[in-house]
Design a protein around this ligand. Structure first.
Ligand SMILES: [Zn+2]
Length: 845
C-alpha cells in the first residue's frame, strides 16, 4: 500500500510539472474541448501532451474518447492500448475499450477486458473509489447483468454522496432514470446538476430529454442550449432528426444527418436514420445501402436494425418494423430494446400469441423492467375478458360489459365494416381485433406500452383497435359508437394504403366518415375553431402532420383533426370521391402525399388557397350576424331591476350572443324564468348552433319544462341533439317525453342514442326493451332484456317472464321455457309465468 501511495504522489507532481511547462494546455482545457465538441483540436492537443510525456490516464481517456466520438475506432483503441502499458491498473481505459472494440469486430477483446476489470476490482477494490471510477464500475456491473437498483445505490449514488459537485454521478443517475423512462426522476437528477454546471451540454441535453414528453417548450430550450454549447453534440442532433422524421420533414432530418456524419462519418444511428428516411420514401435500394454503411464498422450492431424498425413502426409499418427487430435479435439475441419493440409490434399486428410469449420471456429475464411487467400484468387481466366472435371481428371486453352491450358493439362494427369496405373498395383481413378496456391504465399499456398517456379514446393500429370503455368516462362520457366508427375508418384506410398514410389524412377521413354516419358525430365547427380559422391558424397541407406532432395546445390538436376533415371534405366535394380513392391508391404504392394530391386534385399551393377560402366561408357564415365580444357581466349582476335592464339591453344589443346568454343566466338565478326564456329565445334565434353544456338550448328546454310548455321543450331538445352526440340529459328527457307520448319509435331512437354514450346504466336498456315490445321487434327486445339482466336489477322475475314471451313469439319454445323457469325460480308463485309455462308445455306435446 505504501508504494502505491508514493506512486500516486510522484505522478501528481510530475503531471503538474509537465502540464504547466510542456504541453501548453492543461487537462481541464482538453476536457472542455471534448465537452464542447472540438474533437479534432482535442485530439491534437492531447496527442501533443502525451507525446511530451504528461502523466495521468485522463489525457489518454480524453483523447481516446474524442477519437471514438469521431469514428476513429482504430486510433481510439491504439490510444487506449498504449496507455494501458503505462496505466495497467486503469479500469476506465478498459471500459472505454469495451465500447470501442465492437466497432472493430474484435469481440474477443470485450471478454478479455471484462475479465481483467473483474479481477482488478476484486484484488484492490479500494483503488476504485473516486467519483469517476465508481461511475465506471456502476456502468460495468449493470452491463454484466447486475441488479440495476442495487448497482445504482452501490456505485452511482455512493459516488454522488462522496462527490456532490461532480458531473459524472449526476449524469449517470439522470441517464439511468431516462433509460427506465422515469422522466420525473431524471429531471430531479439533472436539475441540481444544471445549477452546478450550467454550461455542461450533456446535462442540458439530459434535461431536454427529461422534459421532451411533458413540456416541449422547456425541452426545446435545453436542446438549444446544448447545441449552442456543443454544435457537434451527436445525441442532440439525432434527437432532432428523430423528431423531424416523425413530422415527415425529411429534408430537415437529412440535413442534420449530414451534419452528424461530418463529425463521425461512420455513425451507425445517423446512418440508420438515413436508411429509414429512404425506406419511408420507398427508396429501398438507398435504404439498404445506408443500412449496410451503418453496419460497415460494427457488423452485428443490433442498434442499427432496431432503430430502423422502431421508426418504421412509428409510421405504422409494423410488419416491416417487426422484421428489422427480428434481424437485430439475430445479431444479438440478448438485445432487450429490440425485444421490447418486437413485443409491441407483434401485439399491434394482432400476432398476440407470439407477442405474449416474448413478453413472458423478457419478463422472466428482467422482472424489474416496468414496461414488460405492465404488459404481462395486462395479459393476465385480458385473460379474464370475454371474447365475442362475430363475422369479421374478435371483440374483447370485460365479461360484465360484454353481456351488457357487447351485442351493440358487434352491430355497429358489422355495419361499419359493410359500409366502409364498400365505399373505399377495400377488402379486409378476415379478423379485426377490437379490445375495449374499462380501466384506462390497461388501455394505455396495451396501446402505448405504458400507463399515463391520457387523452385518447381509441386507437387503431391497422388490424387492431383499442378503446376506452364508457366505464372509465363517468365525468365526461363520450360517444363510444362514434369512436369505434372513427377507428374502423382507420382500419379501412390503413389497409387500403398498406399503412402508408400521413397522419392528417388518416384522421381527416375518419372524422369525415363519423359525420357521414351521423351528422351529430365527429368534430364540428365551433366558436373556437371559427376564431382560429379567421385568425389565420389554418396550416398549409404540407405542414399538417406537424400540427399533430407538436401542437401549441390541446385545442390545437382538436383543431388539427377538424382541419384535416375539412381538407377531406373539400377534396371530395370539389374533386369527387374517386379522386380521394386514387390518392389512397398512390399512397399504397409508396407515393408521397404531396406528389399524389396534385395528380388528382390541384397543385398544393392552389389546394391550400382553396382550403383557406372554403374554411373561411364556413367560418364567416357560422354565426354570421353575431357580435362575439365578451359582455360586461359585472355590470349585469349589479342591476337592481334585472328583468327591465335585460330586455332593454337586448333591444339595444340584439346580436350580442354571449350577452343574451349571460342575462339569461342571471335571470334564472334570480328566479325570473319567464324573462330568462325571452333572453334565451333571442340567443337561440340569433345563433342556434352551440352544442355542449353551455348551449342555451339545454337551459331553455329546462325552463320550458318548468313552465309546462312541453312541445316547446321537445323542439328545443330536438334541435340540440341534432348537433350534439353526447347530450346525455337531452337524450334522457326526449326518451321520457316519447314514452309519455307512447311514441315507441322515438323511444327506441333516443334510447339508442343514449346507449351510445352510456351503455352501462339500466334506463335506456329498459326503455328500449319496452319500446321493442310495443313495436313487436322481439329480437331487439330480447337483447335489451339480456342487457338489463346483466345489470342485475331487483325485479328479475318480470324480465325473465317478458323475455319468455318474446322468445315464444319467435317460436323459440325451449329458450322460452328456460326463461320462464328462471322467472319462477325468482318468484315461485308468479301466476302469469305459471300460465305461460303451462302453455309452453302444452304446445310442445
Ligand atoms: Zn383517429
Amino acid at each position: 500500500m505504501e508504494s502505491v501511495r508514493r506512486l500516486f504522489l510522484s505522478g501528481f507532481v510530475f503531471c503538474l510539472w509537465t502540464g504547466s511547462v510542456c504541453s501548453g494546455a492543461d487537462i481541464d482545457q482538453c476536457r472542455e474541448l471534448l465537452l464542447y465538441g472540438e474533437y479534432e483540436k482535442c485530439i491534437t492537443t492531447t496527442a501533443e501532451a502525451i507525446e511530451q510525456g504528461v502523466y495521468g490516464e485522463s489525457w489518454h481517456l480524453v483523447k481516446a474518447e474524442a477519437e471514438f466520438k469521431t469514428g476513429k475506432y482504430e486510433e481510439s483503441l491504439k490510444t487506449i492500448q498504449s496507455a494501458l502499458e503505462r496505466y495497467g491498473w486503469s479500469i476506465r481505459l478498459r471500459w472505454l475499450a469495451m465500447q470501442v472494440v465492437p466497432y472493430l469486430n474484435q469481440d474477443e477483446l470485450v471478454l478479455k477486458y471484462t475479465e481483467e476489470i473483474a479481477q482488478m476490482v476484486q484484488a484492490s477494490p479500494w483503488r476504485y473509489t473516486d467519483a469517476e471510477n465508481l461511475v465506471t464500475l456502476g456502468h460495468f456491473v449493470i452491463e454484466q447483468g447486475a441488479d440495476v437498483k442495487a448497482a445504482q445505490d452501490a456505485f452511482f449514488t455512493r459516488s454522488r454522496r462522496n462527490n456532490p459537485l461532480h458531473r459524472s454521478p449526476a449524469l449517470a443517475l439522470g441517464n439511468l432514470a431516462l433509460e427506465k423512462r422515469d422522466f420525473q426522476l431524471a429531471a430531479e437528477m439533472f436539475g441540481p446538476a444544471f445549477e452546478d454546471h450550467p454550461d455542461d451540454p450533456d446535462i442540458t441535453f439530459g434535461l431536454a430529454l427529461a422534459f421532451a414528453g411533458s413540456d416541449r417548450e422547456v425541452s426545446n430550450g435545453y436542446l438549444q442550449v446544448t447545441l449552442e454549447k456543443n454544435s457537434n453534440h451527436i445525441p442532440a442532433l439525432l434527437f432532432q432528426v428523430d423528431h423531424f422524421i416523425d413530422a415527415e420533414q425529411y429534408e430537415e432530418a437529412s440535413a442534420l444527418i449530414e451534419r452528424t456524419l461530418k463529425v463521425n462519418p461512420h455513425h451507425p444511428e445517423a446512418l440508420a436514420y438515413q436508411s429509414v428516411i429512404a425506406l419511408l420514401q420507398e427508396e429501398t435500394e438507398a435504404g439498404m445501402k445506408a443500412r449496410n454503411l451503418a453496419l460497415s464498422t460494427w457488423k452485428k450492431n443490433p442498434l442499427v436494425d432496431h432503430t430502423i424498425g422502431r421508426k418504421l413502426s412509428q409510421k405504422y409499418r409494423f410488419e416491416q418494423g417487426a422484421t428489422f427487430q427480428e434481424q437485430a435479435l439475430e445479431f444479438d439475441p440478448n438485445f432487450t430494446p429490440a425485444k421490447k419493440q418486437l413485443i409491441q409490434d407483434l401485439l399491434r399486428l394482432g400476432r398476440e400469441e407470439e407477442g405474449w410469449k416474448l413478453a413472458d420471456e423478457v419478463h422472466e429475464k428482467d422482472p424489474y423492467d416496468v414496461a414488460v411487467y405492465n404488459l404481462v400484468t395486462l395479459r393476465d387481466e385480458l385473460q379474464k375478458f370475454e371474447t365475442l366472435e362475430a363475422s369479421g371481428f374478435q371483440i374483447r371486453m370485460s365479461t360484465d360489459e360484454a353481456k351488457i352491450y357487447g351485442h351493440r358493439v358487434i352491430q355497429l362494427l358489422t355495419e361499419a365494416r359493410e359500409v366502409l369496405t364498400q365505399k373505399y373498395k377495400q377488402e379486409l383481413p378476415e379478423t379485426i381485433l377490437v379490445e375495449i378496456f374499462p380501466r384506462p391504465a390497461d388501455f394505455e399499456v396495451r396501446t402505448f406500452g405504458m400507463p399515463g398517456v391520457v387523452g385518447y379514446l381509441g386507437v387503431c393500429f391497422g388490424d387492431v383497435i383499442t378503446a376506452n370503455s364508457p366505464a372509465s368516462q363517468d365525468a365526461n362520457p363520450v360517444n363510444l359508437e362514434s369512436v369505434l366508427w372513427h377507428e374502423f375508418a382507420h382500419v379501412v384506410t390503413l389497409n387500403k394504403t398498406n399503412n402508408r398514410m400521413p397522419r392528417w389524412l388518416s384522421e381527416g377521413i375518419s372524422v369525415y366518415e363519423e359525420r357521414q354516419r351521423d351528422a351529430s358525430w365527429g368534430e364540428h365547427l365551433n366558436v373556437t375553431y371559427r376564431n382560429m380559422i379567421l385568425g389565420g391558424e389554418l396550416s398549409p397541407i404540407g405542414e399538417m402532420s406537424e400540427m399533430f406532432l407538436s401542437p401549441k395546445s390541446p385545442v390545437h390538436v382538436q383543431f388539427a383533426y377538424y382541419q384535416s376533415s375539412l381538407i377531406v371534405e373539400h377534396i371530395i366535394e370539389k374533386y369527387g370521391f374517386d379522386s380521394l380513392l386514387k390518392v389512397l391508391d398512390d399512397l399504397a404504392v409508396g407515393m408521397n402525399i404531396n406528389e399524389s394530391l396534385p395528380r388528382h386534385t390541384a397543385p398544393l399551393k392552389q389546394l391550400d388557397e382553396e382550403l383557406v377560402m372554403y374554411a373561411t366561408e364556413l367560418a364567416t357564415e357560422y354565426g354570421k350576424n353575431v357580435e362575439w365580444s365578451e359582455p360586461a357581466i359585472a355590470e349585469f349582476i349589479q342591476s337592481s331591476e334585472p328583468a327591465k335592464d335585460a330586455l332593454a339591453w337586448a333591444d339595444e344589443n340584439p346580436k350580442h350572443y354571449l350577452g343574451l346568454k349571460a342575462w339569461g343566466r342571471i335571470l334564472v338565478e334570480k328566479g325570473d324564468s319567464k324573462t330568462a326564456i325571452q333572453l334565451y329565445e333571442k340567443a337561440v334565434e340569433l345563433f342556434p348552433s352551440e352544442p355542449g353544456p353551455e348551449s342555451p338550448l339545454l337551459t331553455l328546454a329546462k325552463l320550458y319544462q318548468e313552465q309546462g310548455e312541453n312541445d316547446k321543450e321537445k323542439q328545443a331538445l330536438l334541435k340540440l341533439v341534432k348537433i350534439d352526440d353526447d347530450a346525455v340529459a337531452a337524450f334522457f328527457r326526449l326518451m321520457e317525453i316519447a314514452n309519455d307520448e307512447k311514441d315507441w319509435e322515438a323511444v327506441k331512437q333516443f334510447a339508442s342514442k343514449l346507449l351510445a354514450v352510456k351503455p352501462l346504466i339500466a334506463q335506456p336498456h329498459a326503455a328500449l326493451a319496452a319500446a321493442s315490445e310495443h313495436l313487436e321487434e322481439s329480437e331487439s327486445a330480447i337483447d335489451a332484456m339480456d342487457s338489463l339482466l346483466a345489470l342485475k336489477p331487483a325485479d328479475r322475475a318480470d324480465l325473465y317472464y317478458r323475455k319468455a314471451i318474446q322468445q315464444q313469439k319467435l317460436g323459440q319454445h325451449d329458450s322460452a321455457r328456460r326463461s320462464v323457469l328462471q322467472a319462477l325460480e325468482e318468484a315461485p308463485r308468479y301466476r302469469e309465468a305459471l300460465v305461460l309455462l303451462q302453455g309452453l308445455v302444452d304446445s310442445n306435446e
